[in-house]
Write a protein that binds this ligand. Sequence first.
Ligand code: FES
Length: 241
Amino acid sequence: MSRVRVCKTADIPENGMKGYELAGRRVLVAQSGDCYYAYQGICPHQEVCLDEGFYDGSVLTCHQHLWQWDITTGAAVGLAEAPLERYDVEVDDGELYVVQASALQVAEIFAGASEATLARLNDIARREEYEGGSALYNIGDPADDLYILESGRVEFLIGRDERTTAAGFMLRKGEVFGWNAMLENQPSRIARASCLEKSVVLRLSGKETLQILDADPVSGFIVMRKLSNLIARYLTLSGAK
Ligand code: FES
């Protein structure tokens, strides 16, 4: 968790919004009634600042393609295909702070693991930032690291050369990919992963992750059960029988 001061509460107009740059990340702060809300400042559709859009005190609209969100929850409304990442807000003596959970804390497959195990996983996680267009890995590369998306958008392609096929993309904080690093006898990548826009990921060595889970069998069982659900979901989506 990190708590970062953003502004004075008085800086946010009544039923208005403002965008801020915090440690290299765009954050949107909005006021509605007596409450303040903070969200990712970049549209989950494309690289567009949400504070350049429209806000009526309850619904936020991106001016580019009119995706909309409920300001109290960040839930998608109407055309929008993805929710906004929400941050907790704390107000202290007229100063406004946002509290951001790490991608590891919101990663679905690690939900339910013990605090001690999460802390050990956090110790081995490397936070890396990539520009749009950067390849994270290619088909055939060694499958040694597991990835957790912190921000941005990652696309997957299968096949080779001009015969590649899009295999989907990820845009939600906490989504895990490159998970074959946690499987035995799966030494190489079966897809190409690249960043569609500037993206931040956490990388964890698959081998070290398994060692940490081995030392805490209860957490290990929970994580591996969630991993098998993730693989089953992937196989269903990709049409495998
Ligand atoms: S860029 Fe925001 S809706 Fe398309």
